[in-house]
Design a binder for this molecule. Structure first.
Ligand SMILES: Cc1cc2nc3c(=O)[nH]c(=O)nc-3n(C[C@H](O)[C@H](O)[C@H](O)COP(=O)(O)OP(=O)(O)OC[C@H]3O[C@@H](n4cnc5c(N)ncnc54)[C@H](O)[C@@H]3O)c2cc1C
Length: 410
C-alpha cells in the first residue's frame, strides 16, 4: 500500500519521550504530524521508568546540570538551553500535574508515576491533530519513501521530513532494540556501537558468599574508582549485591568509566569504603582495641557495627591471614578491592551509550540523509540517572522538531 503525504508532513518514528516531544513541537508549529511506532502503544519505557519512581529532571544549578552529560555536554548545551530542567517542569505543570523536588535534588511528578503524565500528554497530542500509527516497524528506505512493516504487510510512506527517535538498546521487549543501527550505517551514517550505560557489573563471588548475601543492600558505603583520566573518584551512596555481581544507583553513577576500563583492560577494580563516615585512624583504633576472647567478627560488630553483608564482603575478599591481621583488616575496611569482570548485558541496563555520532549530524539532521533528523537516546550521548536521561531526550526532541521546521523554510 502506498500513501502520499502532502503538503508539509513530518513522520516521527518512535513514540518514546523524544519522539512525542518532537511531535508536540511540530504540531505547535502548524505541521501535520504522523507518529509511527513498532509497538502496540507509545512510551513503554517511559511507563517502566515510572514504576520505580520516575525522576523527570534535576533541580541543581544549571551550570552543574549541563556537565552531567560529560563528553557530550557541549553538543547538547544549545538543546538544553532551549529546553532545560525548568522547561521540563513547566511542561509537566502545563499537562495539569504537579512536581516536587526530592532530597537528592531529583524532580518527580507528584505521584512519582509516568502513566497519568503519558495519558494526559497523548490526549493533548491527539487534540492538536497528531496521528498515531501503531505496530508500524520502520525498515529503512525504499528510494525516498519510508518503509514500514505492518500487520497488513509492507507500507511505503512519503513524508517531507522524518524525525527518528528510536531509542537505545536496553529493555528490547519495550520496543527499543537497536535494530535501526544497520539501517543507518548502510545509508552512510556514522554510528558508534551501542553499549550498556547505567548498568551493573559481574563479580566472581564465591557460591558461599552469594548464597548468603545476594539481594542485600549496602546502605552506607563509598566506592573509589578511576575516572576516564585515570584519576581516583569517590562517591558515597547505596548499592546491592546480586547473585553474580553488584548493581544500584551508586554503581550506575560510576558505570561509564568502569565499562570503558573493562573494554580496554579486560576487567577493572573498585575499592569499597565500608565505614565512609569514619576516618582511617578511628577505624584502626577500634579494630586494634583489646578484644579478649571475642572472635574478630564479634569484635567488628560490637566496635564498628560491621555485620551482615559488610562482614561477608571482608571475609570474601580477604585471605584468612589478612582478616586476622589488625592493620590489614583496618586498611581493608576503608579500601576493600573488588574486581569487576564485565558489565551486565545491555538489555538489563537503564540506558545505552553509543548510536548516531555527533559528527554524522548537522544540528540534529543526518548529513547522509537531508530532511531526516534524530533525537533521544539513539544519539551518542549518555548521562547518569537522576532525570538527566529524560531531560536530554525531551530537549533533543524539541531541537529535532525545530530543526525540521527551519529546514522546511529552506
Ligand atoms: C527501568 C528504567 C528506569 C528508568 N528511569 C528513568 C528515570 O527515572 N529518569 C530518567 O531520566 N530516565 C529514566 N530511564 C531512561 C529513560 O526511560 C530513557 O532514556 C528514555 O525512555 C529514552 O527515550 P527515547 O525516546 O530516546 O527512546 P525510547 O523511550 O526507548 O523510545 C523509542 C521508541 O521507538 C520505538 N522503536 C524502536 N525501533 C523502532 C522501529 N524500527 N520502528 C518503529 N518504532 C521503533 C520503540 O518502540 C519506542 O517506543 C529509565 C529507563 C529504564 C529502563
Amino acid at each position: 500500500m502506498q500513501s502520499s503525504l502532502t503538503p508539509f508532513r513530518v513522520a516521527v518514528i518512535g513514540g518514546g519521550p523524544a519522539g512525542l516531544m518532537a511531535a508536540q513541537t511540530l504540531a505547535q508549529g502548524g505541521v501535520q504530524v504522523e507518529v509511527y511506532d513498532a509497538m502496540a502503544s507509545v512510551g513503554r519505557k517511559f511507563l517502566l521508568a515510572g514504576r520505580s519512581g520516575m525522576n523527570i529532571t534535576h533541580d541543581e544549578a544549571y551550570a552543574d546540570f549541563v556537565t552531567r552529560y560529560g563528553a557530550s555536554a557541549e553538543a547538547l548545551r544549545p538543546m538544553l538551553d532551549a529546553f532545560g530542567p525548568q522547561a521540563v517542569r513547566d511542561w509537566v505543570h502545563g499537562l495539569g500535574l504537579e512536581t516536587f523536588v526530592g532530597t537528592s535534588g531529583r524532580v518527580f511528578p507528584t505521584d512519582m508515576k509516568a502513566a497519568p503524565l503519558l495519558r494526559a500528554w497523548v490526549h493533548r497530542l491527539r487534540e492538536s491533530g497528531v496521528q498515531f500509527h501503531m505496530r508500524h516497524r520502520w525498515l529503512g528506505w525504499q528510494d525516498d519513501a519510508l518503509r514500514f512493516k505492518t500487520e497488513e504487510g509492507e507500507r511505503l510512506v512519503h513524508a517531507d521530513a522524518a524525525i527518528l527517535a528510536l531509542g537505545g538498546a536496553s529493555w528490547a521487549r519495550l520496543g527499543s532494540d537497536g535494530a535501526w543501527m544497520p539501517l543507518l550505517a548502510e545509508r552512510g551514517v556514522e554510528v558508534a556501537p551501542l553499549v550498556p550505560a547505567n548498568c551493573g557489573f559481574d563479580v566472581n563471588w564465591s557460591e558461599y558468599f552469594s548464597s548468603r548475601h545476594a539481594g542485600e543492600p549496602l546502605m552506607t558505603v563509598a566506592v573509589i574508582a578511576r575516572d576516564a583520566q585515570g584519576k581516583e573518584m569517590r562517591k558515597q551512596g547505596q548499592f546491592v549485591v546480586t547473585q553474580g555481581g553488584i548493581e544500584g544507583s551508586l554503581i550506575y553513577a560510576l558505570s561509564a568509566a568502569l565499562r570503558d576500563q573493562i573494554a580496554v583492560e579486560g576487567s577493572t577494580t573498585i575499592w569499597l569504603d565500608l565505614m565512609p563516615d569514619w576516618s582511617e585512624q578511628r577505624v584502626a583504633d577500634e579494630v586494634s582495641r583489646p578484644r579478649g576472647a571475642r572472635s574478630m567478627s564479634t569484635h567488628l560488630q560490637s566496635r564498628l557495627g560491621i555485620k551482615g553483608v559488610k562482614a561477608g564482603l571482608l571475609r570474601e575478599c580477604l585471605s584468612k591471614e589478612q582478616f586476622a591481621n589488625e592493620a590489614q583488616l583496618a586498611q581493608a575496611i576503608k579500601r576493600l578491592p573488588v574486581r569487576l569482570e564485565r558489565a551486565r548485558p545491555i538489555d538489563e541496563a537503564i540506558s545505552s551509550a553509543g548510536g548516531v555520532k555527533w559528527s554524522a549530524l548537522e544540528g540534529t539532521m543526518l548529513k547522509a540523509a537531508p530532511g531526516v533528523f534524530v533525537a533521544g537516546e539513539m544519539v551518542d550521548w549518555e548521562a547518569p540517572t537522576g532525570g538527566y536521561l529524560l531531560t536530554g531526550c525531551f530537549a533533543g526532541g524539541v531541537a529535532a522538531a525545530r530543526d525540521a521546521l527551519a529546514w522546511r523554510g529552506r
